[in-house]
Structures are given as structure tokens and as C-alpha cells.
Design a protein around this ligand. Structure first.
Ligand SMILES: [Zn+2]
Length: 276
């Protein structure tokens, strides 16, 4: 058994203990092996079990000194600051800023950090962070496959953003269907797809496009090129600059033209003026 395995075995034993015994066993592993994993566990212990965020931060900091590229250490520090921001009113802004900056640091190492950041701004989830759907969506777009199951969850949340905030059912359905296709097993993703797709027009056209999707980064392009193809063309000059007359507008134009003139065109070409 090499040192690393020995440390892992001891760490596992320590994690099974509770209270003060757990604390001293973890500390022993941390100091003996100079192991970032053990400092991480100690930090979690102080953060979640004893509610001592300052002590927790110190432990994560020791872990970072030993292993500066471990995303979990920054995420856990950030989560400490979120807890502190909830509790302390006078230092709230400062703690919130620290949390954001640490999650961003983590996100550069593993995109799950961006997932946590997106969640901070999702409506009605994480006070004191303000509801900011746009910001949340921006972070969810940065989540990649290295985030594991959070990748699918981020896609699902992005879909919810398109659905509720943008009423963009094509992009929403594309997000949900891709979450399922890439391996997301949550039943909710499939239900959300059904819900969004039922609101999509030209379903046959879009289904094909969605089935061809392989990665989230392709959704915008799929939607844009698809939308362009669905825009009608002027029968005379082939321009795509088409306007539509509303029923009210047709009525107004009919009245303006006199009692006998009934206008019933739906569309007009902005380029050549043709009406149909
Ligand atoms: Zn035309």
C-alpha cells in the first residue's frame, strides 16, 4: 500500500467517526500526510457540523496551499462565504463578492463552479443573492461535461430560463431534449421537453434539427438558422423582409378605402411592396 492509499484508508476511517473524535482523527490525517483531501474534510466538518465558518475557511486555505488546482476547495470556501452572507447583515456585500470570486476561480478548474454560480442568481433560490435570470443563464451556458450530472441540470435550468423568461420554446425544448440525449436521467427533463415542445410550431421541422444536436453550444446556431428558414419569402422578389397586416390594420385600411374596398392581405414585402 503506498502513502496515498494509506492516507485514503485513514481518511475513510476518520470520516466514519463523529464529533470531537472525527475532528481529531481528520486533523491527524491532515497533518501526518499533508493531504489536501483531509483539510477539505476538516473544512466541511467546521462548515456544516460545528458551524464555525472562520475555522472552515482556514482549513480550506491549508488545502489550497497544498493543492491549488482542486476546484472543490474553492467551491467549499465559496459556500462558506454564502452562509456568512446570509447571517451577517453588515458584511453581506463583502461576503457575497468573496463567494462569487471563489466560485469563478473554481469554475476555471472545473465548470461545476459555474453551475453553483448560476444557482445563486436563479429566482427565489438563494437570498441574499438577487434574482437575475440573465446572469444565471450566462453561467449555466459555461457549464461543460466536466461538471458531470450538473451538466444536465444546468441544461435543464437553461431550458427553464428560455421557457419562462424568454418564451423561446424552441431553445427551451432543445435544452431539455439535449439534457436527456447526453445522459441526464432525471425524469423531469423529459417532462419539461414535452411541455416546451408542445408549444413549438412547425414541430416536424424542429424535431429533426433537435435530434441532430450533439452539444449545447450548437443550440443557438440551430435556432437561428432554423428561424431564418421558416421566415416566409416574397413571392415576387424573394426578399425575406416581410411585414404582416393585423386584422385591425386591414379593417382600418378597408375603411379608409371606402365601404366597398375590402382589404384582406396578410403579408407585404418591405422591399418591393408586393402584397399577398
Ligand atoms: Zn418583394
Amino acid at each position: 500500500m503506498d502513502e496515498k492509499d494509506k492516507m485514503k484508508a485513514r481518511l475513510l476511517e476518520a470520516k466514519k467517526k463523529s464529533g470531537k473524535e472525527k475532528e481529531s482523527a481528520l486533523m491527524a490525517v491532515a497533518e501526518e500526510f499533508q493531504a489536501a483531501e483531509a483539510y477539505n474534510e476538516l473544512g466541511i466538518y467546521y462548515k456544516d457540523e460545528t458551524g464555525e465558518p472562520e475555522k472552515a475557511l482556514e482549513m480550506f486555505e491549508k488545502g489550497i496551499a497544498l493543492s491549488p488546482r482542486t476546484a472543490a476547495l474553492y467551491n467549499n470556501q465559496a459556500s462558506c462565504y454564502v452562509n456568512m452572507a446570509v447571517k451577517s447583515e453588515e458584511r453581506r456585500e463583502e461576503h457575497m463578492a468573496a463567494a462569487v470570486s471563489l466560485f469563478e476561480k473554481a469554475g476555471k478548474l472545473n465548470s461545476v463552479g459555474y453551475f453553483f454560480l448560476g444557482n445563486l442568481y436563479m429566482p427565489k433560490i438563494n437570498p441574499p443573492f438577487p434574482d437575475d435570470y440573465e446572469k444565471a443563464a450566462g453561467y449555466f451556458k459555461k457549464v461543460d461535461r466536466d461538471a458531470g450530472a450538473c451538466w444536465f441540470s444546468a441544461l435543464n435550468k437553461l431550458g427553464i430560463y428560455y421557457y419562462h423568461e424568454k418564451k423561446d420554446y424552441v431553445r427551451a425544448a432543445a435544452c431539455f431534449s439535449l439534457a436527456v440525449k447526453l445522459g441526464g436521467t432525471d425524469k423531469q427533463y423529459k417532462n419539461n421537453f414535452e411541455m416546451a415542445f408542445s408549444k413549438v410550431r412547425n414541430r416536424k421541422f424542429w424535431k429533426e434539427k433537435m435530434d441532430a444536436l450533439e452539444l449545447p453550444g450548437q443550440i443557438d446556431e440551430m435556432a437561428e438558422t432554423g428561424e431564418k428558414r421558416l421566415i416566409p419569402v416574397c413571392p415576387r422578389c424573394k426578399s425575406r423582409e416581410i411585414g404582416r397586416y393585423s386584422v385591425a390594420e386591414n379593417l382600418r385600411r378597408s375603411l379608409a378605402g371606402g365601404i366597398k374596398k375590402k382589404i384582406h392581405y396578410h403579408s407585404y414585402c418591405k422591399k418591393c411592396g408586393y402584397e399577398w
